[in-house]
Design a protein around this ligand. Structure first.
Ligand code: FMN
Length: 332
């Protein structure tokens, strides 16, 4: 199985895994809007390994791994890779879940979440909590690697209460993952404090000293290509993973494109239709509303239009509101 991480352009751009955001519908929209010179890797939402290993739990969590045929087609056409992200705290569940994913889906890689800072998961010893239990983290990485031929990467933070970047990156490199995605904040910092990219300098120095060539991707507060360029000049990472930056600009991965009002409204409609077509009643329509503000901004009347859209309860209402706005403003 080829390790795509070794073949990415430098610097590569990746869309971060985001729960209730990076489902198959949103990923397809981003694929349509992006230029393959920039967007190279997409991630699923994080999926629990205990859930995946349980017959009833599996039904509850497997929508997170859903890939529509239309998304699959675009992935192939644009040669963008799709990684399934999993989380948990038991090596045997990682083994079983990874086997299940590898045998039943067509992902390009598996990623282990060692970065989620949410208190509930940290209390269980999962995600970022694993930073303080390297023995268990190592067992999890090895169990996951044994279960699949796909490349296995780790997405993590720089520490729990304080940065332990050097020790932690040194340890992760010793586990020979396919890539490390480093969010330059500790668990305690959540996303309430600015990302501390000096920690990336330390991580890159540890890798240099190790003489290994495992890719290190940086994550945290990259809101524009200009941000990425500035950081890259100081910390030449192998790539950048973009999270909330996509809410500021859904065309993030197509920096030379300047969307018109029509582009924005048509994309909102396409996304809404695809979401409803994909999920029907399985996912709440209200979740879709968080996306309205990412398309409806920076034009006359955007605030009032947004307010009306936030009051909708189904696709038909969204279509009617957008239709009458376009008519009123002669947007064809
Ligand atoms: C709504 C939301 C959901 C997220 N869900 C996940 C997730 O499922 N898995 C994960 O590893 N990180 C998750 N994250 C963290 C992001 O992947 C990323 O690490 C974080 O937002 C920092 O990057 P940024 O500063 O570019 O946003 C989530 C973040 C947000 C805002």
């Amino acid at each position: 199985m080829p390790n795509f991480w070794k073949e990415l352009k430098n610097p590569a751009f990746l869309l971060a895994p985001m729960e209730d955001v990076t489902d198959t519908a949103f990923r397809e929209i981003i694929l349509r809007l992006s230029h393959p010179d920039y967007l190279q890797v997409l991630y699923t939402e994080f999926t629990n390994t205990d859930g995946l290993c349980h017959p009833i739990g599996r039904d509850k969590v497997k929508s997170r791994l859903q890939v529509n045929a239309s998304e699959q087609k675009l992935l192939k056409e644009k040669d963008v890779k799709l990684v399934a992200q999993i989380w948990g705290n038991k090596p045997e569940k990682f083994y079983e879940a990874t086997k299940f994913i590898s045998e039943n889906y067509d992902f390009d890689g598996i990623d282990i979440n060692m970065g989620c800072p949410v208190k509930k998961v940290v209390k269980q010893g999962s995600c970022s909590a694993l930073i303080q239990f390297p023995d268990l983290a190592g067992e999890i990485i090895q169990a996951t690697k044994e279960a699949t031929k796909l490349p296995v990467s780790i997405k993590t933070r720089t520490g729990l209460g304080k940065h332990v970047t050097e020790e932690w990156i040194d340890f992760l490199l010793s586990q020979d993952p396919a890539a490390i995605i480093l969010h330059t904040r500790t668990q305690k910092m959540q996303t309430d404090f600015p990302a501390e990219w000096e920690e990336m300098g330390k991580a890159l120095a540890v890798r240099r000293a190790s003489k290994l060539s495992i890719p290190i991707i940086g994550n945290g507060d990259i809101f524009s290509m200009k941000d990425a360029k500035e950081i890259y000049a100081k910390y030449p990472v192998d790539g950048f993973m973009i999270g909330r930056g996509i809410f500021h600009n859904p065309w993030f991965f197509n920096p030379d494109f300047n969307p018109s009002i029509k582009d924005k409204l048509d994309t909102l409609l396409e996304h809404s239709r695809l979401y409803v077509e994909t999920w029907g009643k399985k996912r709440n329509f209200q979740v879709l509303k968080r996306f309205f503000k990412i398309y409806v901004n920076d034009f006359n009347g955007a605030a009032a239009l947004r307010a009306r859209l936030m009051d909708t309860n189904d696709l038909e209402e969204v279509e009617n509101i957008i239709g009458s706005f376009k008519k009123l403003h002669t947007i064809k």
